[in-house]
Ligand binder design. Sequence first.
Ligand SMILES: [Zn+2]
Length: 326
Amino acid sequence: MKRIGVLYHVDTLMHVTDFTRPWMESFESPQRITLTLDFLRKSDLSKSGEIDFLEGKRAEVKDVLRVHHPYIFHIIDELSKIGRGIAGELSYVSRGTFRAAFAAAGTAIKAGELVVKGVYDQCFALIRPPGHHAGVAHAEGLCFFNNVAVMIKYLQEEVGIGRIMVVDWDAHVSDGTSQIFYDDDTVLVLSFHEYDFDQGERGGIQEIGYGKGEGYNVNVPLPLGTAEDCYFDVFVEFFEPLARNFRPDLIAISAGFDAHFADPVGNMNLRSKTYFKLSEEVLKVAGRVCNSKIVFVLEGGYNLLALPLSVSAVLYGLNWNRSKIL
Ligand SMILES: [Zn+2]
């Protein structure tokens, strides 16, 4: 049995919004996927056969509608047909956006299913557009469909998995994912993110879930500029006890890499090496609580040099041979 699967789908390259203006939208480019894939293919992990590259799949309409309201689904579809438009704040549409969003969600589903069914120990869905800001009925922040949420609902309803822990280490709050599972006690959402303590904003510690879901949404807001050691200590402090108490069947990482110091969008100070440590930590705890079942779903991460290094650091972190770390 192979240990690690890396999944991608060519349709995810069809979402191209660099025509809008030279700002945030242009950072979320197809090169994020192609350069990372190229880098991984040339890595020792690939050469030694420790990771497999697998083709993802397109989601079905019913998969997306398990999470999203037809309203936003229809808006993204129609704007894609026109070839341009704004589906939500900072969510620009191109002709290929609808197809790309389906491929992203479907590839996340396939990655989760391969792990849950034991075909792979861990999988990494190398997908775009990202998803964690997308809520039930809105697109936002470069996100259209919430890929992690679509995967989770599929696994719960089609594969029969019970409890899933989402750990979001993107630099930004997992507000879409939190909204979708806010009253759900079967999905624990833990988000580490930069936070404006002067103004206050979404993503504060007071967002703890509601009703049945109270206590199942945990925000860990951090000051801008937080560096590696502090971040890692805080990560361990929250992640370990929550995972031990919740005892998930699967850990899903919303793996954004825009907390890297060189990222043009995020404002944190992690390094590629930090993602190695985070991955190693998640694997250690997952070994105790969920038979090492982890699925990684790409969120942000916009520096085209740092992203391939950081993704490969995650995969090295899952590998027992530490001598190979970059
Ligand atoms: Zn982000």
